[in-house]
Design a protein around this ligand. Structure first.
Ligand code: BEZ
Ligand code: FE
Length: 279
């Protein structure tokens, strides 16, 4: 093979440069990445101008990213890659609760609250009683499990998107299950909202005629010793965007029918059990 790169040998020529003692996993990853990238370029045959648009897009994606915003993760989300990586890494037995996308709005250190407490601090939205149990694959309760929850407010924004406007820790809380594995808290019936779409990812969605909306959901991060952590949401059944979630996070098993509660303190209730797989 010629040492010089040609259109025909391009991927092999690049891969042949890798050193013999390159870490085997890195070698495998780089080899495949170069092969697929070159195949993609040969498939698409970009013009020089088109390639510059791609470089500019990636440059702007990096430039808008900061400690508070991760545009590359958002890009991975809208391309379905975050959900694919999650699916590969969290293959679970039937009956175990499925994962979905983590999203950028979790905050470590949310207040620990007592069972039954409300996480809604801004007085907006329709209140909903959330109940259920954390159990293992045999249906046995898991005591001492941590249930970390967060949602947008009734205007469709997380507290961290509106500092100074929403109370700190609005619609967030951490609960610990007791002996029966149950949890119980009051939140709101969440509303659908657009993912951050004022950057390059938003522009890309617009160009390909995709909307930025996510169907209404409540986030849950459920952890317990000896069990695989669950990163998931429950979705509100009937939401307009269930079939077209901008980040492909919806799974059938996570759609919950919110029930009207005519005579209760909260107008809505939602029930969901989390079934954890041992590690
Ligand atoms: C979220 O559900 O909070 C979310 C997930 C992915 C991208 C943006 C937001
Ligand atoms: Fe969310």
């Amino acid at each position: 093979m010629s040492d010089y790169l040609t259109e025909e040998n391009s991927a092999d020529t690049v891969n042949a440069r890798m050193g013999k003692s390159t870490n085997p996993r890195l070698r495998r990853v780089m080899h495949s990445m170069v092969e697929h990238l070159h195949a993609f370029i040969k498939d698409v045959e970009p013009t020089q101008d088109e390639w510059e648009v791609a470089i500019d897009f990636l440059t702007r994606t990096g430039q808008i990213s900061s400690d508070r915003r991760q545009e590359y993760i958002l890009l991975s989300d809208v391309l379905g890659v975050s959900m694919l990586v999650d699916a590969i890494n969290h293959r679970r037995p039937d009956g175990a609760t499925e994962n979905t996308v983590f999203g950028p709005f979790h905050v470590d250190g949310a207040p620990r609250r007592s069972m039954g407490d409300s996480i809604s601090l801004d007085g907006k939205g329709e209140l909903c009683l959330y109940t259920g149990r954390v159990i293992d694959l045999d249906g046995q309760p898991i005591a001492g499990a941590t249930v970390d929850v967060w949602s947008d407010n009734a205007d469709g924004y997380y507290d961290v998107q509106q500092p100074g406007e929403q109370p700190e820790w609005n619609n967030r809380g951490v609960f610990t299950t007791g002996a029966d594995g149950s949890y119980r808290f009051v939140g709101i019936k969440p509303v659908s909202y657009p993912i951050p779409n004022d950057g390059p990812v938003g522009q890309m969605l617009e160009k390909v005629e995709r909307h930025p909306w996510r169907p209404a959901h409540m986030h849950f991060l459920v952890s317990a010793d000896g069990h695989e952590q669950i990163v998931t949401h429950i979705f509100v059944a009937g939401d307009t965007y269930l079939q077209s979630d901008a980040v492909f996070g919806v799974k059938d098993s996570l759609i919950v029918k919110y029930r009207r509660m005519p005579d209760a303190d909260t107008p809505w209730s939602a029930e969901f059990d989390f079934v954890m797989k041992p590690v």
